[in-house]
Design a protein around this ligand. Structure first.
Ligand code: G3P
Length: 228
């Protein structure tokens, strides 16, 4: 499975829910096609089926429960995600933390089902520890910067360097407060596999323009990395 390079988490923003989620998803598909950047989205469970059927970019769940098929009520199972064609899921997002035990079992189960997992971590150390579970990617997001105006790339650039060194080039996504082309360029230039972003897109007046900028930042970061 090809690693996503920009994941946009729609969270529960009204601009990323229901019919508006579908519109936003189509914008992502368009920008992915036009720029060649592998852009993925993470949408609410109730919107997954609609969106998976309408766009040809990787669509993630924002979370799933460690639950089997059977006598479980109110859970979102990975089996159901797989059945409707979801590409994978975020796990342990700052806004949806799970226990280490659940994380381990969930990553294993997802792997067996062929779902791509992105485990979120609040620090480089937590991300390094999560590597033992062997998820597909780790997203490092300092919680205090999530949803804010100052990006991790500006406030804590060392996080990028440490994450790449301790977790691995291209295996790590960087997130929290990312809004600009320069943020993405910096993360990718230093070896990050890409970014995880939400409000920079979901709260933008022109999400397509911002997404295009972020994709350009990704491309520029890759060029700088290879010395081109
Ligand atoms: O899942 C992405 C996220 O937590 C970062 O959110 O709004 O800071 O881009 P935001």
């Amino acid at each position: 499975m090809k690693n996503p390079q920009i994941i946009v988490n729609f969270k529960t923003y009204a601009s990323g829910s229901g019919e508006r989620a579908l519109e936003l998803a189509k914008i992502h598909e368009k920008v992915a096609r036009e720029t060649g950047v592998n852009i993925a989205i993470a949408v609410q469970a109730v919107d997954l089926r609609l969106i998976v059927n309408e766009v040809r970019i990787p669509v993630f769940a924002q979370h799933f429960d460690f639950a089997m098929e059977g006598a479980f009520t109110g859970h979102v199972t990975p089996h159901s995600l797989k059945a409707i064609g979801a590409f994978g899921s975020l796990l342990n997002h700052s806004e949806k933390r799970i226990s280490l035990d659940d994380m381990e079992k969930s990553v294993d189960l997802a792997r067996n089902l062929g779902l791509f997992t992105v485990v979120c971590a609040e620090s480089v150390y937590a991300g390094k520890a999560a590597m033992d579970l062997d998820p597909n990617m780790i997203a490092v997001e300092p919680p205090e910067l999530i949803g804010g105006d100052v990006s991790v790339c500006t406030a804590k650039p060392q996080v990028i360097l440490d994450a790449v060194q301790m977790i691995g080039r291209d295996r790590v996504l960087i997130g929290a407060g990312i809004k600009s082309k320069e943020d993405v360029e910096m993360a990718v230039k230093h070896g990050a596999g890409g970014i995880l972003v939400a409000s920079g897109i979901t709260k933008a007046h022109d999400p397509e323009a911002v997404l295009r900028e972020l994709a350009e930042g990704f491309i520029k970061g890759q060029k700088l990395r290879s010395g081109a």
